[in-house]
Design a binder for this molecule. Structure first.
Ligand SMILES: [Zn+2]
Length: 409
């Protein structure tokens, strides 16, 4: 029988993606200089990252999340060094699994893999099923992981499967099928089909409310987000996002929707990459590759007729997904990134913003930032901007933990 691992090792990976052609090995770059004031403040802060591709490397290539790696942007040892205390662990089911309707199998395989990895690394990390778990895990000096599905668990949104996944420990779900529509909810980046949520989509929202699951609107279409905010009994979270006013792409959120999300008590978490938050770099990269980063139109042809294991082999070389290397002349500085967060704070206040890095999901980081170890660069930039310790601590985790406590207590 052809197992996934045997298939992966036997298949020749002839050509790597453009991302890999341009990939840097930032782990080997020198450490940035960061003020001791920022480092100390950062150490005191509770850092809760709303979006990490923590296990794509291990699912496709083996190994343990507890190992220190020299590729990618995130592993547990480096997350500790960067001061992370809790994170949303992305159960990532990309579009390649949808045309042959492999999404439910893939969601189950990724849940199984994540739970086994968490068990194997239990001296460092534990799954958190509610906010009290996060408090308890943090007191023990470990990192807390909240399981969040990125992509579809079932394009039809079967409520029984949702309850099964909740029973296994899933506590958060994106409404869209990553950048594609579900059959019940429109995404940011496909031609709308349901004008937001269908009748079944509305049922699914009610069931997620009943289960106290986080409704994650990152990758959702504007109509979907607006309708969810009208319907949900609980606050809603955008786990990794940017502002459309900064970069006018459908994957980013317009100000009026961000305000609506905040009025509902939710939180807007910023993706750490430049393609969401820095126009010059987004335009340069889009020109290089001849398409936007959210253009997935070539996928159906590429996966046609492939088995589940062949799809694994096709997507494996992407992971861990680093950001592209860009020339210094177009690269974002960390102060540019903090200026985008600052713009949101001016609109919605300091109580409703947070961080969802997207580490190992492809963010191109600010100049000089190697990986998760260098999160204190953000603290330093916030101090340069004159932020109080209280504001910085809210941004790092105070806000997200408060909202998570409201939803999943
Ligand atoms: Zn994403």
């Amino acid at each position: 029988m052809l197992t996934r691992r045997r298939f992966l090792s036997s298949s020749a990976i002839a050509s790597l993606s453009w991302k890999h052609a341009l990939a840097q090995t930032p782990a080997d770059l020198p450490a940035p200089s960061i003020s001791s004031r920022a480092r100390e403040l950062h150490k005191r802060a509770f850092v809760f990252d709303a979006h990490v591709h923590a296990l794509d490397r291990e699912f496709y290539h083996g190994g343990s999340m507890g190992d220190l790696h020299h590729n990618g942007q995130w592993d547990l040892p480096r997350a500790r060094e960067g001061g992370e205390d809790a994170f949303f662990l992305s159960i990532y089911v990309p579009e390649e699994y949808y045309p042959s309707r492999f999404e439910t199998r893939q969601a189950l395989r990724r849940m199984d893999h994540a739970l086994r990895q968490l068990q194997e690394n239990r001296t460092l990390v534990e799954p958190a099923f509610n906010a009290a778990d996060i408090d308890r895990i943090h007191t023990k000096g470990k990192i807390a992981a909240v399981l969040d599905i990125e992509g579809s668990y079932d394009l039809d949104g079967d409520l029984g499967i949702l309850r099964d996944l909740h029973g296994m420990g899933l506590r958060s779900a994106q409404l869209s099928a990553h950048n594609w529509n579900q059959n019940y909810a429109d995404s940011c980046c496909s031609t709308p089909r349901s004008e937001g949520l269908s009748a079944h989509g509305r049922e699914l929202i009610r069931e997620m409310n009943r289960l106290n699951m986080v409704i994650n609107v990152s990758h959702s279409g504007d109509n979907t987000i607006s309708q969810v905010l009208d319907l949900s009994d609980h606050p809603v979270i955008a786990t990794h996002h940017g502002l459309r006013d900064i970069n006018n792409i459908p994957r980013n959120m317009p100000d009026d929707l961000m305000k609506k999300l905040v009025d509902k008590g939710g939180i807007f978490c910023f993706q750490i990459g430049s393609e969401f938050n820095y126009l010059r770099e987004y335009q340069w990269l889009t020109a290089q590759r001849g398409k936007t980063f959210f253009d997935t139109t070539s996928i159906p042809d590429r996966v046609k007729g492939k088995s589940l294991y062949e799809v694994d082999a096709l997507v494996a070389p992407q992971f861990p997904m680093p950001g592209a290397t860009v020339p210094d002349s177009v690269a974002m500085a960390i102060d540019d990134w903090v200026a985008v967060v600052d713009r949101a704070i001016q609109i919605v206040g300091e109580d409703h913003v947070g961080l969802g890095t997207d580490f190992d999901g492809g963010p191109t980081l600010a100049r000089g930032m190697r990986d998760v170890r260098d999160l204190p660069m953000v603290t330093d930039a916030m101090l340069r901007r004159g932020y109080s310790e209280e504001r910085i601590r809210k941004f790092w985790g105070g806000n997200l933990l408060r909202v998570f406590r409201q939803i999943a207590s």
